[in-house]
Design a protein around this ligand. Structure first.
Ligand SMILES: [Zn+2]
Length: 161
């Protein structure tokens, strides 16, 4: 109790911006390039900078996708997810994982489940976007995807009259 009070007191006495020290800027001058291969070195520098920046950005985006998928699956299923269990396809902006045999997919901004054909058991079909429990219920229990050639040919008996 005492520790909590102290923490509150400190936070009130010193606003956050006063507790954070500014990072000192480097005062070292850039190393001049040799005049003969200066252009080449500079070209390599900007290319290396772009690659490093791209790599960082992709890693950040992948981390965000993992976190978002893990949070949404936890909220919907109560299943805590190890982020390492999530597969990422950055080219397609997809993050996916399997929970108790059900594949959850985050594509762009929307969460879906992926199911095989209800007739032949192969293929991958994406459900409508899942926002809440009722969407998950409908996608899991009330939706049966089929390949066009696997679609039941005969209309159900109860639809014939
Ligand atoms: Zn099929």
């Amino acid at each position: 109790m005492r520790a909590q009070l102290d923490t509150v007191a400190i936070a009130q006495t010193y606003p956050a911006h006063q507790l954070i020290q500014p990072i000192p800027r480097s005062t070292a001058a850039p190393v001049p390039h040799d005049s003969r291969d200066g252009a080449l070195s500079q070209q390599k520098d900007w290319q290396a900078t772009l690659i490093a920046d791209y790599t960082r950005t992709v890693a950040r985006q992948a981390g965000r996708m993992r976190l978002r998928l893990a949070h949404e699956v936890l909220a919907l299923t109560g299943h805590a997810i190890r982020e390492q269990a999530i597969a990422i396809d950055m080219g397609a902006r997809r993050a996916s994982m399997v929970v108790d045999g059900v594949m959850f997919l985050l594509r762009g901004e929307s969460l879906r489940i992926v199911r095989p054909c209800a007739w032949c058991g192969t293929g991958q079909f994406e459900s409508a976007p899942i926002i809440g429990q009722s969407d998950l219920r409908d996608a899991f229990a009330g939706w049966q995807p089929f390949h066009p050639e696997c679609e039941p040919a005969d209309p159900p008996d109860d639809a014939s009259w």
